[in-house]
Design a protein around this ligand. Sequence first.
Ligand SMILES: [Fe+2]
Ligand SMILES: [Fe+2]
Length: 328
Amino acid sequence: MARLGVETLEALNKKSVSMAYSIDDLDWARPIDRSKRWSPDGIAPLTHLPSYARLGPEHRLRYNQLFAVGVCEQFVWFEQHLLVPVLQRLLAEQPDMPPLLREALEHFVIEEHKHSEMFWRMCEKAEPAMYPAREFELFNVSGPQGLALNFLLARPRTFLLWIWAAIFFEERTVDYCRQYRRAEKAAPGELDASFVELHEFHFKDEARHYQLDQHLLTWLYDPEPMWKRRLAARMFKVLMRSYVSPRRTSRRILEVLGAEFPDLKAAAIPALLAELPLLRTSRSFHQAAFSRDAVGKTMELFAEYPEHDGLWELFVLEGKHGPREVPV
Ligand SMILES: [Fe+2]
Ligand SMILES: [Fe+2]
């Protein structure tokens, strides 16, 4: 079934070749500007909490920078530890895969490897002291979560939640790039140029990946029996719940902020930590991250699949049939 607005695999494969860029097309020699923000503010969760107002300009700037670096780590984790292993397994274990889809997934894997290299390099360039080795310093999943996820990802034809994770996170990635573009257009030069460039290059591939995810939905998910689809949706809901109430990375970033600004440890940081559960119902945070404006296509897909009917209760602003009129 052709999906609205999704190009054919043939067209996507051609673009993978014609639009290919190298990591050295980015200007790695340009120094990072520490006096500037590295990310648009609205996408950073703590900016939506009441006690964010307690932070002074220098604290806010530093939080913004740490958040931007945390996002780089999150992209590496998602692309390198979740998506690439699944795609490589599918390529190895599905000899009957249609050749055009195989070609598309091969491009996909190469591009995600390139992105991980770009994001690690940016972490090292922005925070050399924090990254003596390429290890996650800000983004993290718990030990049990990591083990469970590895078990599931090793069986991608049984546990199909990864397809929904790919759809949601890749549209979030595309939206993230769009927010950089918007911020740059509204106030040129206000964000650090290297981060703007990084996300601009990432966008070149991700807009295409997002379409490819929908081909995967058609080829690999739609023909599966309802029990597998329900299981995938239930597992995906567990994953989504932790994104609707982000805690672990935010806590870690506050820890780093506290080490750099010990005066925040007495009141501002404990207050922000105590307020983290408010994100679950923050309308402005949901507007930035879980609304039809931010991830409209994904919301449309959730609504199309009845196994996701239980997901809507996580969203403050959106319901299956459109934006909620009465807040939950
Ligand atoms: Fe990517
Ligand atoms: Fe991608």
